[in-house]
Design a protein around this ligand. Structure first.
Ligand code: ZN
Length: 148
């Protein structure tokens, strides 16, 4: 009986240690952005603003409409946008922002693909709708980027 008790006691002791370690985890600092990363993000942001400028050229081209140059713009100057947005999101952002940013980047590209397709079919209403959406999603992506 004595032996049984001591085994039980040691099991309880282990259990208590387990409980204590679960209940009060050692405080860890929440992940934060280093000044270097914030600097990289800010220069990346200026790059994105240049992309945004090019993107607004779609407005006039869709209005004309100049479908050939709508497609040229999407495949040319805006062609690197998807790669850049996902690469920078993965490289620079912390997990929480990264997930949302990657989802937004996918949205941006979905709308650009829709505009491209609409241009091919000379479908003005669809091109128009997606142009409004792509700018909105792009700006929401920019808002997800942390600022110093
Ligand atoms: Zn959207």
């Amino acid at each position: 009986m004595k032996r049984y008790k001591s085994i039980l006691a040691s099991i309880l002791a282990v259990f208590m240690v387990f409980l204590v370690s679960c209940g009060s985890p050692t405080p860890t600092k929440p992940p934060t952005y280093t000044p270097e990363t914030l600097e990289q993000i800010s220069s990346y942001e200026s790059e994105l603003l240049a992309f945004r400028d090019r993107m607004t050229e779609l407005d006039g081209l869709i209005d004309k409409p100049d479908w050939v140059n709508v497609r040229n713009l999407i495949h040319g100057p805006l062609g690197d946008l998807r790669r850049d947005m996902s690469y920078a999101s993965r490289l620079l952002l912390l997990p929480k922002e990264q997930k949302a940013a990657l989802a937004k980047a996918r949205e941006v590209f979905r709308h650009l693909e829709n505009i491209d397709l609409a241009a091919e079919e000379q479908n003005y209403p669809t091109a128009r709708d997606n142009y409004g959406e792509v700018l909105k999603d792009f700006d929401e992506f920019l808002e997800l980027l942390p600022t110093s």
